[in-house]
Design a protein around this ligand. Structure first.
Ligand SMILES: Cc1ncc(COP(=O)(O)OP(=O)(O)O)c(N)n1
Ligand SMILES: Cc1ncsc1CCOP(=O)(O)O
Ligand SMILES: [Mg+2]
Length: 208
């Protein structure tokens, strides 16, 4: 697997959001340190997911940034994305690896060390670990695990741990100290007044 970017931008496709505008601001700042995960609402059509992913792949390519597709691995294959991300309600990890092939990046959601180790054994390239902090972006999540929960997972696996859930630049140092390799964000970039500046702040924190 090529080296994984540390800042994962997950597209915010809620009404009133413009994920491509945020991406256009973030890409020149983060370049190949950016991983863009195309995540659409559950009721979005495959065609809508495909059209967004196709645009994201095209925007990322000149910067060497990777595009991953959340949940819908057939869309990842259709747009020639670098890989995908799956969680508990998606394809099992081994099946996802089978679909994507050996060279693809496969992210898997994990909350605790045992599930994390099983995901790695089944083919995960990295783990999305959280929610680390409370978030308004996704409903129905379990309680936040905080930096101690991130540490427990990071100590159990030898793949990059990407912290997710309520991540801000101010919270990155504690997550890095706990063993996180990088961070995935929705609101910290999508709700930022100046997404380019917010990208620089997150990257600066992740570099320490
Ligand atoms: C980097 C990263 N980590 C975790 C998730 C959550 O995935 P999942 O649990 O499958 O939930 P949905 O995002 O599909 O609602 C993620 N997407 N990215
Ligand atoms: C998809 C997902 N899975 C766990 S937290 C989360 C959303 C993270 O969004 P934010 O960065 O705005 O807290
Ligand atoms: Mg999912």
């Amino acid at each position: 697997m090529p080296s994984l970017g540390r800042l994962h931008l997950i597209t915010d496709t809620r009404p009133g959001c413009d994920p491509l505008a945020v991406l256009r601001a973030a890409l020149p700042v983060a370049r190949a340190e950016l991983v863009v995960q195309v995540r659409v609402a559950d009721d979005a059509t495959d065609r809508e997911a495909y059209e967004l992913a196709r645009r994201v792949v095209a925007l990322c390519r000149p910067y060497g940034a990777a595009c991953l597709v959340n949940d819908r691995l057939h869309v990842a294959l259709a747009v020639d994305a670098a890989g995908g991300h799956v969680g508990a309600d998606d394809l099992p990890v081994a099946a996802a690896r089978h679909v994507l092939g050996t060279a693809a990046v496969l992210g898997v959601t994990a909350r605790e060390p045992r599930g994390a180790a099983e995901a790695v054994a089944a083919g995960a390239s990295y783990l999305g670990v959280g929610p680390c902090h409370a978030t308004a972006t996704k409903a129905g999540l379990p309680d936040p695990i905080g930096p101690p929960g991130v540490r427990a997972v990071a100590e159990a696996v030898d793949v990059p741990v990407i912290a997710i859930g309520g991540v801000t630049a101010a919270r990155v140092p504690a997550l890095r100290a706990a063993g996180a390799y990088g961070a995935a964000v929705v609101g910290a970039l999508s709700q930022a007044v100046d997404p380019a500046r917010a990208t620089a702040e997150l990257l600066g924190a992740l570099a320490c």
